[in-house]
Design a binder for this molecule. Structure first.
Ligand SMILES: [Zn+2]
Length: 53
C-alpha cells in the first residue's frame, strides 16, 4: 500500500491506517503525513518531499 499523502510505499507493519466516517481508508507512512492531510488539509502537490506519479 501507499501513503495517501506522499504516495511513498509503506512497508507492512509500519505506517498508520485511518478510516474516515465516509468509509474511505487512508494510509500514512508517518505522523507527518497524517497531520498534513487530516489536520492541515494540505495538498501533496505543494510539497517537494511527496512523491507524485
Ligand atoms: Zn507519507
Amino acid at each position: 500500500m501507499k501513503c495517501s499523502f506522499c504516495n511513498k510505499e509503506i512497508e507492512k507493519g509500519t505506517g498508520k491506517m485511518f478510516v474516515h466516517l465516509s468509509g474511505k481508508i487512508d494510509y500514512f507512512c508517518s505522523r507527518k503525513c497524517e497531520k498534513n492531510k487530516l489536520k492541515l488539509k494540505r495538498n501533496p502537490k505543494n510539497f517537494k518531499w511527496t512523491r507524485k506519479k
